[in-house]
Design a protein around this ligand. Structure first.
Ligand SMILES: [Zn+2]
Length: 265
């Protein structure tokens, strides 16, 4: 009975907000935090990220990643929010997505890439986490029923603060295997639809996995010794094989990327 009483607010909440939301490819999932609240959490997190990190403001690079990002967003399954792309000046080989459409790329990661399609593969992967609302789903779990209820129903700034702080700490936590599988698969689909050669996703994977130095913020903890990494490479490989023959029109754009790469700090 006590357990039921605990669950009751969640059920009421679910009924109130009409919880079934379309994920990538039309999948239904239980989302209690609506897009407006998600964007508010993302905006607040973005302020924190910009305070705690050195943002790389080079206008050519920022215009470039925004152009590639928007090209992928135009092909994705979620366009009820605006997407924002920022570059963090740091040697870390990393990238992450915050709720509400905020995506961050580290200059350390950009330096490991050889062409625009590799960049598109990482961006499409991060966009897919936002499309599938992966960080919102784990935030819902982390917040607990009472705080979540306050966040969704009330104007409680305390609940929003809690969500922002939890969101920040979760940004560097690993996603579940299932979430990664989903982001990999939709990422490859979106980048190809956007006109990029998906084989770049494989070269990027292999490069990151072989570089893994075990540092805690390494791009979603890929490592060649990790069975999950091997599984991700195998899955991506067979997904690309199922798309063959690949159109010769698909872009890689190494020249454009290499000339911009020389500008990086
Ligand atoms: Zn991921």
């Amino acid at each position: 009975m006590r357990r039921m009483m605990k669950l009751l607010p969640m059920v009421v909440l679910a009924l109130l907000v009409g919880c079934a939301t379309t994920g990538p490819g039309g999948k239904q999932s239980l989302i209690l935090i609506g897009s407006d609240t998600e964007v508010a959490i993302g905006q607040n997190m973005d302020t924190e990220v910009r305070t705690q990190n050195k943002i790389y403001t080079d206008s050519s690079w920022n215009a470039y990643v925004t152009r590639i990002g928007n090209r992928i967003v135009a092909q994705c399954d979620r366009r009820d929010i605006d997407y924002h792309f920022a570059i963090i000046e740091s040697d870390q080989v990393n990238a992450f997505a915050a709720p509400g459409g905020y995506i961050y790329l580290y200059t350390g990661l950009l330096k490991t890439m050889e062409n625009e399609a590799e960049l598109a593969s990482v961006m499409a992967h991060e966009i897919s986490h936002i499309v599938a609302r992966h960080s919102i789903k784990r935030l819902q779990v982390a917040m607990g029923v009472a705080m979540l209820q306050e966040l969704v129903l009330g104007e409680s700034s305390e609940a929003l603060n809690t969500a922002v702080n939890l969101g920040l700490s979760l940004s560097f936590a690993e996603y579940s295997r299932e979430n990664e599988r989903e982001a990999d698969s939709y990422g490859v689909m979106y980048m190809t639809r956007a006109g990029y050669n998906p084989e770049a996703a494989l070269t990027m994977f292999q490069k990151l996995a072989s570089m893994s130095d075990g540092s805690p913020n390494f791009f979603e903890r890929l490592s060649l010794s990790h069975p999950e990494t091997q599984e991700r490479i195998t899955n991506t490989n067979s997904q690309i094989d199922s798309m063959r023959p690949l159109s010769s029109e698909l872009e890689t754009n190494a020249g454009r990327y290499q000339s911009l790469k020389t500008r990086l700090p």
